[in-house]
Write a protein that binds this ligand. Structure first.
Ligand SMILES: Nc1nc2c(c(=O)[nH]1)N[C@@H](CN(C=O)c1ccc(C(=O)N[C@@H](CCC(=O)O)C(=O)O)cc1)CN2
Length: 286
């Protein structure tokens, strides 16, 4: 068996095309979307991701506001920029690129974001709304994973899903999303404390690998025909991406997300979608 490719690049392009139309419809409403980003430090991966977010904005017609601070920035300097973005009317939604440099209290920074401008869905109020089943911007990568599964008709209702990882951007919230009534999956969250990861993986209909451990999921861990999504990003000595999923999994899985061009572009598309939805909500309120 050769797995069907869960093509995130093509799916994100479809989503962006739809967003372009919706943004055009907002013209004249006085609620044009503007995405802000705050990048602290010089991590090459983070610089690439933020640059990609602004390229996407230009491509769909969202205004861009870019703020950068050096790796030596203090907690106070970072919080001052967050306060400035909270108050900037041109910035309708924004993100603080993670991870922040060592020594910075990232939770304090996230808590300072105005929940109505939280384009990442990572503010505690919005994560709380997600738990309560209230409308909220959804965390981008988890939402992108679900959109990708739906786009390729991977059965989610009743599926046994294993999410590997418990980080704030993916692992924490993806099980919440997948276990909503609308998705109806049964989710097991695995992490470094899981005693027999291989046994959990072998029983899964869908595996989402977000541990950041190169080639953690090997062909012998995958039930034939299962869907496997590779969210992990490590880099080899040449800077090339090495995912959490061993390349040999393509021979066993029913569906496989490539990495790059799988979940990454979906993350960016879901960010744009959160920004546009917020502008539409504001326009509807007049
Ligand atoms: N504030 C946030 N920080 C981080 C998030 C997040 O959702 N919000 N997630 C990740 C990084 N991330 C988004 O910011 C992200 C990761 C990957 C991509 C992407 O398009 N990747 C490309 C490959 C790019 C490359 O060559 O390096 C792909 O997969 O095709 C976009 C965004 C951590 N931080």
């Amino acid at each position: 068996m050769t797995a069907q490719t869960l093509d995130g690049q093509a799916t994100a392009a479809e989503i962006k095309s739809d967003l372009r139309t919706r943004i055009a419809a907002l013209k004249g409403s006085g609620h044009l979307p503007g995405l802000g980003t705050l990048l602290v430090g010089d991590d090459v991966g983070s610089q690439k991701y933020v640059a990609g977010k602004h390229r996407d904005c230009a491509a769909v017609g969202i205004a861009s506001i870019q703020r950068e601070l050096p790796a030596t920035a203090s907690q106070q300097q970072i919080e001052d920029v967050v306060t400035e973005l909270n108050e900037d009317p041109a910035c309708t939604g924004y993100i603080v690129q993670l991870p922040l440099p060592r020594g910075i209290d990232a939770n304090r920074v996230l808590e300072l974001i105005d929940p109505d401008k939280d384009a990442d869905g990572l503010h505690p109020t919005n994560l709380g709304r997600l738990v309560l089943g209230e409308p909220a911007p959804l965390p981008c990568t988890p939402n992108g994973v679900i959109r990708l599964l739906r786009r390729f008709d991977v059965p989610i209702d009743g599926a046994e899903v294993v999410v590997v990882g418990r980080g704030v951007t993916v692992g924490r919230s993806l099980p919440l999303l997948l276990s909503r009534r609308s998705e109806n999956a049964t989710v097991t969250q695995c992490h470094t404390g899981t005693r027999d990861l291989a046994a959990h993986l072998r029983a899964a209909d869908i595996i989402v690998a977000a541990a950041g451990v190169p080639h953690l999921v090997k062909p012998e861990h995958v039930k034939p025909g299962a869907a496997v999504l590779d969210v992990g990003v490590s880099r080899d000595e040449t800077g090339r991406i090495v995912g959490d999923v061993h390349p040999g999994v393509v021979e066993v899985a029913g569906w496989l997300s490539p990495n790059p061009r799988g979940v990454g572009p979906m993350t960016r598309a879901m960010l744009l979608s959160n920004v546009v939805e917020a502008a539409e909500r504001a326009a509807a309120q007049g």
